[in-house]
Design a protein. Structure first.
Ligand SMILES: [Zn+2]
Length: 194
């Protein structure tokens, strides 16, 4: 049984005459309550051959390490939201225009779309925000791979280290379902098959 995200009332199943699909509907709010995917914004921020990581303070996966990111909020662009998350989690303030689009993808089993930018900085100065225990730049060798919060996306992170070490960045689309995991190049710009 599902409940309204706004008022807490029990939802009913609603079907429009012209549409075969069924929706969850709140009678009190008189609105559909559709479980749209949320948008997760992340950024691979590099300094030399290192990438910026944060150690999560909040559940889930408290104490484990992740690439900085968070949910997009109403009224912001994807680049502005990514810059906000970087600032909140690591104390690093970048202009949205300094972020370059890098990856996108769907993770169907957690109902998320993610959009990932990349950028580089000249200094490793950073400080964890309220939602992080620590923030640090790690090379591939330094990275605590045994303490990664979401090992499901390690292929994407390894790809980022690959591109960083090669000095040439592709564009990628990831498709992650219960059955498949694919990280596909979506452009040949800067991409070479090795
Ligand atoms: Zn309601």
């Amino acid at each position: 049984m599902k409940y309204c995200s706004e008022c807490g009332d029990r939802l009913v199943t609603h079907q429009l005459a012209a549409d075969a699909r069924e929706y969850d509907y709140c009678i009190r709010c008189a609105e559909p309550r559709i479980d749209h995917p949320s948008v997760m914004l992340t950024c691979f921020l590099s300094c030399g051959q290192k990438l910026l990581w944060i150690q999560r303070k909040l559940e889930p996966r408290s104490g484990f390490w992740a690439i900085p990111g968070g949910f997009m909020e109403r009224g912001e662009t994807v680049a502005a939201g990514t810059a906000r998350e970087l600032w909140e989690e690591t104390g690093i303030r970048l202009a949205p225009a300094a972020l370059e689009f890098y990856m996108t993808g769907t993770i169907t089993f957690i109902n998320q779309v993610y959009i990932c930018f990349r950028a580089s900085v000249a200094s490793e100065d950073c400080q964890p925000g309220q939602e992080a225990i620590a923030a640090a730049f790690f090379s591939r060798e330094e990275c605590p791979w045994d303490e990664v919060a979401y090992p499901e996306v390690n292929d994407s992170i390894r790809r980022a280290y690959d591109d960083l070490e090669r000095g040439s960045f592709g564009l990628y689309q990831a498709e992650m379902t219960q059955e498949i995991y694919r990280l596909l190049p979506i452009s040949t710009v800067g991409y070479s098959r090795v």
